[in-house]
Design a binder for this molecule. Structure first.
Ligand code: ADP
Ligand code: ZN
Length: 195
């Protein structure tokens, strides 16, 4: 029979994915809060583009907040993992980190830690997003959330990119100077990529 106490000491990777507005940050915050209630020490990170290393917040689209460390490079997370002074490692917006994040998650889980990451599984083109698919493959648990399609109100699995209120082109650069950009959740039927 499985020894439940022994099992709880084993490390694992949980991945929460879906399009924008699916509630990924909300779910990450919920899991971290429950770990804190259980008196577990949690490290919470997110990628930063402009700040090097600072205290920041994860904020969900419905206003839920959680303090975290914003880091530019995965090295900072690896340092914290190697120090080992935690039980749970949580990372939001994981798709923006480079390949190094895979080793960070594996290392922490191999050390017996619980790893929880959340991020986009597809980019605006509906294609696999960077390292997220890899993390989904090596995870023990994958939770794929849906949002509500802005057009037809059915479950949405994709993120629609709009440039000046029109569906983005497949080849549009990620950063478009001077353009008004927005994103919304859409289902497979309503999702559009102009080729
Ligand atoms: P994610 O991290 O996946 O982008 P968040 O956790 O930040 O999502 O936000 C989820 C919240 O966004 C929902 O609980 C809801 O209040 C709000 N929301 C706004 N637009 C939508 C939508 N189209 N579908 C679902 N939830 C939406
Ligand atoms: Zn739709």
């Amino acid at each position: 029979m499985v020894d439940i106490v022994e099992y709880a000491k084993r490390g694992s990777i949980e991945v929460i994915v879906g399009p924008m507005y699916a509630g990924k940050s909300e779910e990450l915050i919920r899991r971290v809060n429950r770990a804190k209630i259980a008196d577990l020490k949690v490290l919470v990170f997110k990628p930063s583009i402009d700040n090097r290393y600072c205290t920041n917040n994860i904020t969900s689209h419905n206003g839920k907040k959680m303090e975290c460390l914003a880091v530019e490079e995965v090295d900072k997370i690896m340092e914290a993992v190697n120090e080992g002074d935690f039980e749970v490692l949580a990372i939001d917006e994981v798709q923006f980190f480079g390949e190094g994040i895979i080793e960070v998650c594996e290392r922490a889980a191999d050390m017996g830690k619980r790893v929880i990451v959340s991020g986009l599984d597809m980019d605006f083109r509906g294609e696999p997003f960077n390292i997220t698919p890899h993390l989904m493959a090596i995870a023990e648990y994958v939770t794929k959330l849906t949002a509500i399609c802005k057009v037809c109100k059915l479950p949405a699995t994709r993120t629609q990119r709009l440039v000046n209120a029109k569906p983005a082109r497949y080849s549009d650069p990620i950063i478009m100077v001077g353009a008004k950009e927005s994103y919304e959740a859409r289902c497979r039927e309503c999702h559009q990529v102009v080729r």
